[in-house]
Design a protein around this ligand. Structure first.
Ligand SMILES: [Fe+2]
Ligand SMILES: [Fe+2]
Length: 166
């Protein structure tokens, strides 16, 4: 298994896209099924955002000052997704707003992931050595078991606020 940070983050992105497609396929289906898939989406996003905010982003910001603007924009995009996740976690799947809110979350995250994968991850790969990317990946693997899994976990909330204020 690769420990390269970018490979690991892209694997997460792939899993998110799979869950997004699953939601789209279930959009007109039973509330219980939509609730279940959205629960999986919220968990995947909470873990992934935490690892990026705690390890990948600060590391890139420190090592590659030229990418500062991309990192700051990415933190804000996480923040927008966090707000939608916090609303969705408490929302009944029968609620008239449930599908619309999930769709906007998906659109936002897809745009964000696209920017990571197309715009600044390639610059990170070019600038950092293979060894440095493996070290960053190893730190994310080590942190993953302790990552919050729900948007309502106080640790997730605190770190999310730190990310757009620090
Ligand atoms: Fe991200
Ligand atoms: Fe990401």
């Amino acid at each position: 298994m690769s420990t390269d940070a970018i490979v690991l983050l892209k694997e997460d992105h792939k899993e998110m896209r799979r869950l997004f497609r699953a939601f789209q396929a279930a959009e007109d289906g039973p509330a219980s099924e939509r609730r279940k898939i959205v629960g999986q989406i919220l968990e995947a996003l909470t873990v992934h955002t935490y690892l990026e905010n705690e390890v990948m982003y600060p590391e890139v910001r420190k090592l590659l000052p030229d990418l500062e603007d991309d990192i700051l924009e990415s933190y804000e995009e996480h923040h927008v997704a966090d707000l939608l996740c916090a609303e969705l976690v408490a929302m009944d799947a029968e609620d008239a707003h449930f599908n619309a809110k999930t769709t906007v979350l998906i659109e936002n995250v897809e745009h964000h992931v696209e920017e990571e994968e197309q715009e600044w991850f390639p610059k990170v790969r070019e600038a950092l050595g293979r060894k440095q990317l493996q070290e960053i990946g190893e730190r994310m693997i080590a942190l993953r078991p302790d990552a919050p899994r729900s948007p309502t976990d106080p640790k997730a909330i605190k770190k999310a606020v730190d990310a757009v204020t620090a």
